[in-house]
Ligand binder design. Structure first.
Ligand SMILES: Cc1cc2nc3c(=O)[nH]c(=O)nc-3n(C[C@H](O)[C@H](O)[C@H](O)COP(=O)(O)O)c2cc1C
Length: 349
């Protein structure tokens, strides 16, 4: 299958594995790209040195192209882009709109850019600024997410911009890939589906929580870090949702104190980290503190394998997934299914 996306990125299949904090490291990205998809490293949760090491590990396993997800508001964002340029990484993806300066820095260094967008006007803005592609995430997607479902957002954005559009939010199989192409997208991107592979580093206990979820098993909450965040519904998340302001502040203080002890950060450094994640939003002190220790809550589940102590970002699609294939098996399966759907559609015509 050849699309504008495979041409742009140089991958064999129009399937992107998105950058997921603490999940999309060297192992998952190398397995995806080696199988002909396009893997993206999540760099927001790793220091610069670890990113450098991660790039080397991927290169040792595959010559296939891959990308890196960069936090636009990271204090060292420019250094990270310079590293991608030096290492000839194919693509930088961004959860938040990158500045024109960052886009230019990438373009000058030969690194393609692909921000994630959750609204048509954001897609139009970044397309005007010269990005190479946009990743459109519909509301059913995992992690930070917007209110518009993929089936409405995708055609809106495809009609609004001329650059390749990658569809994300709710994809898991070959039917979804063909549907996305029918809407005018050039490929699909998946988070939750790649988290649920045997190549993902997440503990089996945590993967089992995802597999057990049904399609209503996720919730969009602003109680984690102040912005709408789709996570698995757990007793911990329910208690965050129910907590009044005083309880929320007490809990946030307790969590922050524990995180401060574990991380060795000072209180001012912790609050600076919290303020950095506010992005000019009107967050309460409790939310600022929670935002500051969101990485700790993700770490507890994704890295420490303690699902009840942390939060698990998850798309609604978790409810439709019940196995843990390798990335190669998953990608092969999706391409075989897509091929069968295309043949069936041609017969309909
Ligand atoms: C566990 C998890 C962590 C995520 N972390 C990030 C991240 O660090 N940066 C980012 O841009 N998107 C992040 N996302 C969003 C994904 O990149 C992707 O857009 C989303 O998962 C697509 O929806 P799907 O889960 O239905 O496939 C995360 C998603 C999940 C499930």
């Amino acid at each position: 299958m050849r699309t504008r996306l495979t041409e742009l990125l140089g991958c064999r299949h129009p399937i992107v594995q998105t950058g997921m904090g603490y999940v999309a490291g060297a192992g998952l990205v190398a397995a995806t790209s080696a199988a002909g998809g396009f893997g993206i490293v999540a760099s927001a949760t790793m220091p610069l040195d670890q990113l450098r090491l991660t790039l080397r590990k991927i290169r040792a396993r595959t010559d296939a192209p891959f990308g890196v997800n960069v936090r636009t508001d990271a204090p060292d964002a420019e250094e990270r882009i310079d590293l991608l340029v030096r290492e000839k990484v194919r693509l930088a993806s961004f959860a938040l709109a990158p500045s024109r300066d960052l886009i230019r820095r990438c373009a000058d260094g030969g690194v393609l850019t692909m921000p994630s967008v959750g609204a048509r006007r954001h897609a139009e803005k970044v397309a005007d600024w010269g990005v190479d592609a946009v990743l459109v995430q519909g509301g059913e997607g995992g992690g930070h997410t917007g209110p518009v479902p993929t089936t409405l957002l995708l055609p809106q954005v495809v009609d609004a911009v001329g650059i390749p559009v990658v569809a994300a939010g709710g994809f898991f199989d070959g039917r979804g890939l063909v549907a996305a192409l029918a809407y005018g997208a050039s490929g699909i991107a998946m988070g939750t589906r790649f988290l649920l592979t045997s190549d993902s580093p997440v503990a089996l206990d945590v993967k089992r929580r995802y597999l057990a979820a049904d399609v209503t098993g996720t919730v969009v909450t602003t109680r984690v870090d102040g912005v709408p965040h789709r996570v698995l519904r757990t007793p911990f998340v329910d208690s965050l949702e129910r907590a009044g302001r005083v309880t929320a502040l007490t809990r946030a203080l307790r969590n922050a104190a524990a995180f401060r002890r574990a991380s060795g950060l000072s209180w001012p450094a912790l609050l600076r980290a919290g303020r950095a994640t506010r992005h000019g939003r009107d967050l309460s002190w409790a939310q600022t503190l929670m935002a500051a220790n969101t990485p700790a809550m993700l770490h507890a589940s994704m890295v420490d394998g303690r699902p009840s102590a942390g939060v698990m970002s998850a798309g609604q699609v978790a409810g439709l997934i019940d196995d843990l294939p390798s990335c190669a098996e998953l990608i092969d399966r999706i391409m075989t299914e897509a091929d069968a759907r295309l043949t069936a559609l041609a017969a309909v015509r």
